[in-house]
Write a protein that binds this ligand. Structure first.
Ligand code: FPP
Ligand code: MG
Length: 313
């Protein structure tokens, strides 16, 4: 009897601890959200969802269990990003390197991705919220059933513009650039394009998903699972645009909304630092000019002093 009472007491204590923790957690999440909504939200977030198998391993479960839990988190992340006001979300679901995994795991992942596409397709929120779904990657390497679902969801959402969900499957950044270069070279050899027309804009247009409908520059790359690498993900779209990076320790199935909010806070801090740096540079130039000109070029100085005032305000 005493033993039984002790068990009930322990269970009650455990429940109370969890309850208090979740109240604090929700309050922290609420405050963090208010804080980040007061500043600029990144337009385009790219996510490397890593750590599904390690998470499952910790629990003594199978790899497919880890991937299934990870995919549930993916669904929540899409919702959070939409609610916060992100406009483009690109998810790294399957890299070209992932083909080196066992046949069983690769098949399992393709089935899981297919299942999620069908779910997103029949979810009324996809259509109410006007979410456009696109796939980037080498589709020739995908099984027919997955390509069918991709075509179905892309067709059904092609005119939606409120939110863009880009899913990278059989994707490699360098391979994307190679296919764009081949495509452009083909256009040049048939006379559709001239060499002089090849510039940044044209190359961007020939990257995945298809000529003319490229994925825009990335503002923030986020990776879970503890590794601090960007693994050949969107090199063209991320490198030229000085995007922010956020690496965090939780495995993908453990990823919470506060992790997403924290990553956005890092993006906002980088933006503020960049602005400050710019103001500082302008101030430096103005000071040099003031000393060097000593009354000459008053017109230029007037303009620069205006910039100086704006820069430090
Ligand atoms: C990386 O963890 C995860 C993947 C290769 C698969 C990610 C795919 C999903 C979560 C499904 C996506 C769903 C939609 C809706 C597109 P890992 O296998 O490398 O794990 P590890 O780092 O612990 O080995
Ligand atoms: Mg991994």
């Amino acid at each position: 009897m005493v033993l039984r009472n002790r068990e009930i007491f322990r269970a009650g204590l455990h429940f109370l601890k969890n309850r208090i923790f979740s109240i604090f957690y929700l309050e922290y999440e609420r405050r963090l959200e208010i804080e980040i909504l007061n500043s600029e939200i990144p337009h385009h977030i790219a996510v490397i969802m890593d750590g599904n198998r390690r998470y499952a391993g910790q629990l003594g479960k199978t790899r497919s269990f880890g991937h299934a839990l990870g995919a549930e988190v993916t669904e929540r992340v899409i919702e959070w990003c939409y609610e916060i006001g992100v406009k483009q979300l690109t998810l790294y679901a399957f890299s070209t390197e992932n083909f080196q995994r066992s046949e069983e795991e690769v098949d399992g992942l393709f089935n899981l991705i297919n299942e999620k596409f069908l779910k997103i397709y029949s979810d009324p929120r996809t259509h109410e919220n006007e979410i456009q779904v696109r796939v980037i990657g080498d589709r020739s390497k995908l099984p027919a059933f997955l390509n069918e679902s991709i075509e179905k969801i892309e067709k059904a959402t092609e005119n939606y513009r409120k939110f863009h969900l880009n899913v990278a499957i059989a994707y490699g950044g360098r391979q994307d650039i190679i296919q764009a270069v081949r495509d452009i070279a083909g256009c040049i050899s048939t006379g559709k394009l001239s060499l002089e027309e090849v510039d940044e804009n044209l190359i961007s247009k020939h990257l995945y998903p298809a000529p003319g409908v490229s994925v825009p520059n990335v503002d923030l790359i986020l990776r879970t699972g503890g590794d601090e690498r960007v693994s050949n993900f969107l090199p063209w779209q991320a490198n030229g645009s000085e995007c922010a990076t956020y690496f965090c320790a939780p495995f993908w199935p453990e990823f919470r909304k506060i992790d997403l909010l924290r990553s956005i806070r890092v993006y906002q801090a980088r933006k503020a630092e960049k602005k400050q740096e710019q103001s500082y540079r302008i101030l430096k130039v103005v000071n040099i000019l003031e000393i060097g000109n000593q009354g000459e070029k008053r017109e230029d100085l007037g303009k620069l002093q205006q910039v100086k005032k704006q820069g430090v305000s």
